[in-house]
Design a protein around this ligand. Structure first.
Ligand code: FAD
Length: 379
């Protein structure tokens, strides 16, 4: 079976590796010049989101398929970290905090935590007083409710290292990697093609570019790319990963000090014309939130944006859209932490080893519906 994978981010390299491992003859096309790198913050000219992610691995799934995907992804991250010295996961608990004057957000957090616990996630709600001794790095003034996820980690030196390590494994498994190639996908009824060449299957894992890549086939994907942001500061932080839901900011330890993120701009942006630098309002707000919770008063050494992808119901688009043509996108800012499992699930579908996942079926909507971008971090 000849398969092309278009897009060499975390999802594409995983799918390509697994397809080759399963016996397929695979060619991977990536527009950027490299498959991943070992940097702790992204280079300006590399656009793929897996290079630009924050690398927070703190899944809190609320349904059975989400739980299966999250657990499998963590297993695979840990497996790779045990075997590849360039990529590591740093186990670190994740704390979500909600303000005492936000009763609706507190209820939403309680509901999310209860649903996640039902699906086997090691997470619990706590009064701020009861976790103050455990997390002395945090100022919990004004916090009404906290939730601590125990099986959480961050990717280090950065998420691009996962792509680089899996890219090498893909090559070793026989994947022919074509980097620096902006591939065109078509489907003329007799099967999918890339740059005019016919393949038995084509997987489009092109992140925020997926809708544009599919446009020549006439397939209209209900997908909106939008900007999210992150920064690195020299604040010497060594506490838990934190999501301050009121401030709309998360932060975690980082090799250079501290990484903070969110900065969601909840509107569709053009994947060919977007601002890759961090916005001033995001930098100021994130540093204020960090100072408020940690006491650190540091500047940003780097700030950047990247593309996340929204769907009408917040669930991914993963599966076949036309005979032999598959997509994997729509992660709402949580695509990196699921990539080892979503890439695997798609490879298994292409190889005929797994049924499609109905909740992620790209064809589940009646025509391309109108929808607003809902930010993936909101409660
Ligand atoms: C600032 C920021 C912080 C984030 N933090 C987190 C986080 O902490 N945890 C988390 O889980 N997720 C996070 N995300 C989201 C995460 O980065 C994405 O969901 C995930 O990386 C998506 O992986 P992907 O492989 O689907 O897409 P990508 O990594 O974007 O890969 C798609 C690739 O397709 C390539 N491509 C596009 N068009 C073509 C073409 N025509 N031909 C060839 N190649 C093409 C692109 O160059 C790109 O490399 C964050 C995102 C950003 C921007």
């Amino acid at each position: 079976m000849r398969v092309a994978v278009v897009g060499g981010g975390a999802v594409g390299v995983t799918a390509a590796h697994d397809l080759a491992d399963g016996g397929a003859d695979v060619r991977l096309y990536e527009r950027d010049s490299e498959l991943g790198d070992d940097r702790t913050s992204p280079r300006y000219q590399i656009e793929g989101s897996s290079h630009r992610a924050a690398g927070v691995l703190a899944p809190r799934p609320t349904d059975a398929i989400g739980a299966e995907i999250a657990s499998r992804a963590m297993d695979r991250f840990e497996w790779l970290a045990d075997r590849d010295h360039r990529f590591s996961v740093e186990p670190t608990p994740h704390v979500t905090v909600v303000a005492e004057d936000a009763p609706e957000k507190q209820s939403a957090l309680r509901e999310t935590v209860a649903a996640a616990r039902e699906h086997g996630v090691d997470v619990a709600c706590h009064d701020p007083e009861s976790i103050a001794d455990r997390f002395p790095e945090l100022d919990l003034a004004g916090v009404g409710l906290a939730a601590v996820t125990e099986r959480a980690a961050y990717a280090t030196p950065g998420p691009g290292a996962y792509v680089a390590a899996m890219g090498d494994r893909a090559r070793e498994a026989g994947v022919d990697c074509w980097t620096g190639v902006d591939a065109d996908v078509s489907h003329r009824g007799d099967g999918p093609r890339v740059d005019g060449e016919r393949f038995d299957a084509v997987v489009v894992a092109a992140g925020g570019w997926t809708k544009r890549v599919l446009a020549p086939t006439g397939i209209r994907l209900p997908l909106k790319p939008y900007r999210v942001q992150a920064l690195v500061s020299g604040a010497d932080y060594d506490g838990p990963m934190v999501h301050d839901a009121g401030a709309g900011v998360y932060f975690r330890p980082h090799p250079a000090g501290l990484l903070a993120g969110d900065g969601t701009v909840p509107e569709e942006c053009d994947p060919d014309r977007w601002e890759p630098a961090g916005d001033d309002w995001f930098v100021d707000g994130a540093l204020d939130a960090v100072a408020n919770r940690t006491g650190f008063d540091a500047d940003a050494d780097a700030a950047w944006a990247g593309l996340a992808t929204a769907t009408p119901d917040g669930e991914p688009l993963l599966g076949e859209v036309e005979s032999g043509l598959y997509v994997a996108t729509g992660w709402h800012g949580h695509g990196f932490l699921r990539a080892p499992a979503t890439g695997e699930a798609l490879a298994e579908q292409v190889l005929g080893e797994r049924d499609a996942i109905p909740a992620y079926d790209p064809g589940r909507f009646d025509g391309p519906p109108e929808f607003a971008v809902e930010e993936g971090m909101s409660l």
